[in-house]
Design a protein around this ligand. Structure first.
Ligand code: UDP
Ligand code: MG
Length: 320
């Protein structure tokens, strides 16, 4: 197994924990204390914590600074301004050196106590361990309902299966992190992209508690932006909509004209339908260009068996 080869020889595998923070001064010290308690009990791992300050305007960076000064296993990275949660997570994944990396929110809505179970599942061979929300306490009915509906809609429209009701609180194997951080995708929807890679994925269930301090940073505008990203990154459906619409209108027009024996009935649906279809054809090309720019690999290899026969070595093949 690849993982065994990679961590073989190390006394303990390395585990990085990435914590994106945006104006989290009120609760960060408590988060750090709880996380550190959990990590100190993970004696089979060498752990590091990486706090990413995503352009906070409060005292978040000063707190991270004091945490990093007082502990050799804590690092801080300050982004020049607020780039958003997904970019902050990606920044942390790029900094992390662990054999496995956990991304966790700074507000204790993601309980750090789940990390040992995630790490154990990683040792069992799972490349990704996501934390699945059983319920969401302290969140508005609107947020609960919209999240429930959105994940299901996205799953139905996506061109690959997605883990339902999971956020970015998850453990990723180094291989997955390497693929993510190499990706040129500038509008990445992390949880979708990692599912797209298709590595063995499992989940642990948990009850999502309310924020222990501060306010949510995910305003309605940001939630809509994240949903747009998720849909665009994983589904060709929005760009194909005109094709479906145009075809439907044309078929209805033709049937209506045939049934009524009146070709004039086809005039308006014909004009609208062909325009929509033309737009849909442009959408198909746009989608092809988008996929190319998104830069996902054409396939991902999970494992290999056997070795190249010595008689097929490159020099000999060239000589032939
Ligand atoms: N966050 C961030 N940048 C942002 C917004 C949020 O780094 O622009 C961080 C935030 O500090 C928290 C995590 O992302 O650690 C999740 O945000 P939040 O708890 O506000 O979202 P919610 O749980 O309400 O969906
Ligand atoms: Mg939160």
């Amino acid at each position: 197994m690849l993982r065994e080869k990679r961590i073989f020889g190390k006394s303990r595998p390395a585990l990085s924990v990435v914590i994106p923070c945006f104006n989290e001064e009120e609760g960060l010290a408590q988060t750090h204390a709880r996380l550190s308690r959990v990590l100190s009990r993970l004696t089979g791992f060498q752990c590091e914590q990486i706090y990413i300050d995503d352009g906070s305007s409060d005292g978040t960076w000063e707190i991270i600074d004091s945490l990093a000064r007082s502990s050799p296993t804590v690092r801080g990275v300050k982004l020049s301004r607020n780039f958003g949660h997904q970019s902050a997570c990606l920044a942390g994944l790029r900094e992390a050196v662990g054999d496995a990396v956990v991304v966790i929110d700074a507000d204790l809505q993601d309980p750090p106590e789940l990390i040992p179970e995630m790490a154990a599942l990683w040792l069992d061979g799972w490349s990704m361990v996501s934390a699945q929300r059983r319920n969401r306490e302290g969140e508005t009915l609107f947020k609960k309902a919209s999240a429930y509906a959105f994940y299901r809609l996205l799953n139905a429209l996506s061109d690959h299966p997605l883990a339902l009701d999971t956020g970015d609180f998850r453990l990723l194997d180094r291989e997955v992190v390497a693929l993510l951080t190499k990706s040129p995708d500038r509008h990445m929807y992390l949880r979708g992209t990692v599912s797209w890679f298709g590595f063995p994925e499992t989940s642990v269930a948990f009850n999502r508690e309310p924020r222990h301090a501060g306010e949510t940073k995910y305003t309605l505008r940001r939630m809509l932006e994240l949903s747009r990203r998720g849909l665009m990154a994983g589904s060709p459906a929005p760009l194909r909509l005109p094709i479906y619409l145009g075809t439907t209108v044309l078929v209805v027009g033709v049937v209506a004209a045939a049934v009524q024996r009146d070709p004039r009935l086809l005039a308006r649906p014909g004009a609208f339908g062909t325009q929509a279809l033309a737009l849909g054809v442009i959408g198909e090309y746009l989608h092809a260009v988008f996929r190319q720019v998104q830069g996902r690999p054409q396939y991902v290899v999970e494992g290999r068996l056997g070795m190249v026969s010595p008689s097929l070595r490159v020099e000999e093949r060239v000589a032939l």
